[in-house]
Design a protein around this ligand. Structure first.
Ligand SMILES: Cc1cc2nc3c(=O)[nH]c(=O)nc-3n(C[C@H](O)[C@H](O)[C@H](O)COP(=O)(O)OP(=O)(O)OC[C@H]3O[C@@H](n4cnc5c(N)ncnc54)[C@H](O)[C@@H]3O)c2cc1C
Length: 465
């Protein structure tokens, strides 16, 4: 009930946990957040913030390389490792401080320690000072995930790396093999190739970004090939080890060999494993609280993020929905509203099929809602319109005409069902289509909006015509 003090305990202060804490406290709950590392979570410490900061520096380098076409003479840029690390540390510190201050301003109690359930109404926290037991009326588990490491690979943090070992960037590999061609894998390919490394991508299927629109994937594959990235298609890695100059196994060797199941192999100075993540659901006493995990280790939730125990919630990566910071945050907000009794019949449920997502490569890729292939597979009638950015003045002014906007709508009603964008600022531009998909807007709504000129969004308006 609104305004009634509710003892709400959260284990894990990432995007899911800290957003739930802020909203629940604002709505009147007595909130405690237990975080073993840094408020802001893995998202701030290892994942979104450092990776996007490094990609932004790589992007600035490739932008400078392309600037000759804009009437500028430019020497090839050189990386300042200290400057880059300092910049990322500063961004992370700012994000941590902003989030911490926001929570403290809402009187949220922050405990630096490791939490685990002792029952369905209590959590034990282990801190540097000792242990404390906290009783709760409701609880949220938002302990996130960590890189998946298969038994055929033993990352050493030096040459055989997970994505979390790539920061701080003390060494920039001469050559690197990236294993895994999903979102994280292609972003790391983009980042290392922007920094000038010789990159090979091991792609287990016949397309990078499996599951994405093939037309979108084709643009990225072409871009990678233009940059000299070697694509090893249809190859499944089955062993990664360090070798010496003669090719013999050597744990201190200066080379890394990635062997694939079809007999092919790639040798490089470093290898990065990017084959997904596993949820942090072990060792947090879920069984003592009666919370069930599924066979993949995720906690199943309903549309209010409630677990099988009615007063215990799960949100973020451990819920096995879309592993995105944006999804974790909005789930956290929904949890706070439910804990405080603000969910009503008219309250909008989260629709994960309408979540926008982006891939921070160059060109950027973003999509939302129904995909063309999905519609064809289900036999649903759709209207697909596609406009290349080369048709806009702004793309020519930017000296970057790569990519396109694709809008998918219902041919009978004009309601926008989905879309994809490849090109500069795709991650920003997709918001227009995302709002349209969530709000049920039609192509006419976009066509009749007076947008800016010259702007890349003009391609959106044209695709809606
Ligand atoms: C390389 C990479 C790049 C990414 N980039 C993006 C991006 O650009 N955009 C995007 O939307 N998503 C991105 N993601 C995904 C995003 O990072 C995750 O979806 C997001 O962090 C999930 O948030 P969360 O709250 O579930 O968990 P986390 O951010 O993982 O936070 C969980 C927190 O729980 C704490 N914790 C765990 N166990 C305990 C315990 N027992 N006691 C106390 N504390 C505990 C951890 O220390 C951690 O701080 C990226 C992921 C990766 C791997």
């Amino acid at each position: 009930m609104v305004g009634v003090p509710e003892r709400f305990v959260i284990i894990g202060g990432g995007p899911a946990g800290n957003v739930a804490a802020t909203y629940a406290a604002r709505l009147g709950a007595e909130v405690t957040v237990i975080e073993r590392d840094v408020i802001g979570g893995a998202a701030h410490l290892w994942d979104c913030i450092p990776s996007k900061s490094m990609i932004a520096t790589g992007g600035a380098m490739s932008f400078m390389r392309r600037s000759q076409g804009m009437g500028l003479e430019q020497e090839d840029p050189v990386i300042d490792t200290g400057g880059l690390t300092g910049r990322i540390d500063q961004i992370k510190a700012n994000m941590r401080d902003n989030t911490t201050q926001l929570l403290e301003s809402q009187n949220v109690r922050l405990i630096r320690g490791t939490g685990a359930f002792t029952s369905a109404n209590s959590v034990e926290v282990t801190t540097a000072e000792g242990t404390e037991t906290i009783e709760f009326d409701s609880a949220l588990v938002s302990t996130g995930s960590q890189p998946r490491i298969p038994d055929w690979c033993h990352p050493d943090g030096e040459r055989i790396l997970t994505t979390r070992d790539c920061y701080p960037p003390t060494v920039f590999p001469d050559s690197v093999t990236v294993v895994g061609s999903g979102v994280t894998g292609v972003e790391f390919v983009h980042m290392f190739s922007s920094f000038g490394a010789k990159v090979t991508l091991v792609v287990s299927r016949q397309q990078v970004l499996p599951g994405k629109d093939p037309e979108v994937a084709a643009v990225l594959e072409q871009e990678f090939m233009d940059r000299g990235v070697k694509l090893l298609m249809g190859a499944r890695a089955e062993a990664i080890e360090r070798i010496d100059a003669d090719g013999n196994p050597d744990p201190d060797g200066s080379q890394v060999i990635v062997r694939c199941d079809d007999g092919r192999s790639v040798t490089s100075s470093h290898a990065v494993l990017a084959i997904g993540s596993v949820p942090n659901t072990a060792d947090i006493g879920l069984d003592r609280a009666g919370v069930e995990v599924n066979r993949w280790g995720y906690v199943d939730i309903n549309h209010h993020c409630v677990t099988n125990v009615p007063h215990i919630y799960a949100a973020g990566d451990i819920s096995g929905k879309l592993p995105l910071s944006s999804v974790a945050s909005i789930q956290g907000r929904k949890v706070a509203e439910h804990v405080m009794g603000l969910h009503t019949r008219s309250h909008r449920h989260l629709d994960y099929d309408k979540a926008a997502s982006a891939i921070f490569t160059e060109p950027e890729i973003a999509d939302v809602g129904l995909a063309e292939a999905e519609a064809f597979a289900s036999g649903r009638k759709i209207r697909v319109t596609k406009v290349p950015f080369s048709a806009t003045a702004k793309a020519m002014i930017n000296n970057d005409t790569r990519g396109f906007v694709k809008i998918i709508s219902d041919p009978a009603t004009g309601v926008i069902l989905g879309g994809s964008i490849v090109g500069r600022h795709a991650a920003e531009l997709i918001s227009v289509i995302a709002v349209a998909v969530t709000a049920g807007l039609t192509v006419t709504d976009i066509v009749e909006s007076i947008l800016v000129h010259p702007a890349l969004s003009e391609a959106l308006a044209e695709a809606a015509e």
